[in-house]
Design a protein around this ligand. Sequence first.
Ligand code: GLN
Length: 487
Amino acid sequence: MDICRLTASELIEKLRHNELSPKDIVESLRKRIRALEPQVRAYVRLDNAPLISKLLETVFTPDPNKPLKGIPVAVKDNICTEGHATECCSKILEGFRPPYDATVIRKLKEAGALILTKKTNMDEFAFGSSTENSCFGASRNPWDLACVPGGSSGGSAAAVAADEAFLALGSDTGGSIRQPASFCGVVGLKPTYGRVSRYGLIAFASSLDQIGPLTKDVKDAAILLNAIAGYDSLDSTSVNIKVPDYTEFLATDIKGIRIGIPKEYFVEGMDQEVKEATDEAIAELRRRGAVCKEVSLPHTQYAIPVYYIIATAEASSNLARFDAVQYGLRAAGEAHVQNMISLYKKTRGAGFGEEAKRRIILGTFGLSHGYYEAYYLRALKVRTLIKRDFDRAFAEFDCIVTPTTPTPSFRIGEKAEDPLSMYLSDIYTISVNLAGIPAISIPCGFTSKKLPVGLQILAKPFDEEMLFKVAYAYEQNTPWHLEKPKL
Ligand code: GLN
């Protein structure tokens, strides 16, 4: 049996029947990671230290209160894990070991999960769509090692696709879970704003950020979301709405479900093979009994400028805390700095990468006196219009289906020098964060070069159930999630 190929739900079954022990699982994972990491580079700071910092059972004893007992979970480098490096793949956080666990980590531990001590690669501070902005260099797409895995949670997506992780956590501010999931042929879910606590997530844009699962299939996404969702008094934006058991919605009947297809998402510039795969997926949903009709989301065209004003404004303010005093890097040694300002300048100049600096400058500009009304305040107003587009659509439809990205994965270096074309690749994912709604990306085919294509499903706030229903019905009737990259 090739343990690493299994899904988390299969592992849970095998553990329950004592066909495997947690030790077997971690041992195979360690071997797999060691064999593949020279090519894939999904993880950062890999050394010889153990992958799991606790003693593992050789004989599994089930515990009904610990549904994830013995299951390893990989974690993006911006989610705090007590005592283990969490650096957002930025030089400025070099050596930062959080003294506490993020709420999602605490919950996973309570559910019995084994948290990997090595974190997954990401664009610095989650700024990007390819992992090329990581201070550790880019991860590779397991389907084509010359291509990017997407970003910013590219390491988590690549690890899951390469069977170097069973379950992984990512974060999504403008698409950072769904876009890499789509590029790597795995499942990625961005929960409703407020569904999952962000306590211990190093903030990028606080009005947009959410933590969510990256997994091999839809069932695993439900299992992982079950474990991390819920109210948390430590995150003032978390919402106190009961968390259902998401696995109960994995039914294959979607007869009569009303699906909106937004006409603004099928426009010029979209890759022909992505369009064909999406059209075919919609046809499949129809064959399963769903009622698909065109819908209009007229303010879609403003999503990218609005997002890049709001997200950079919030980022510039969130990143002000990296001041060489409280965390990580302190450049050039204190003896060489004349005063506080020069300490800040030296450290921030040396610690932040190009894209982080670009965003701090853009964001500070958009918030500055005289420009605030023209940029930031305007963007907030248009954000409301985008949200209303969705409110209107969901009055008529149960969910909305779109491609996840306008193109499949691209080659490493292809867009690195052109930030604008990189920003444009977020066109289909960003509105979801601006509106605070949940969305999932699932595999829906391959291009002729065998690069995965993702299908995105959007639902009303706190209706993750609908995502699971439609995604599972589609997945169970298509072969895409069963295919594996040749490595
Ligand atoms: N690609 C988008 C950006 O660069 C989204 C990133 C994210 O969701 N963290 O901002």
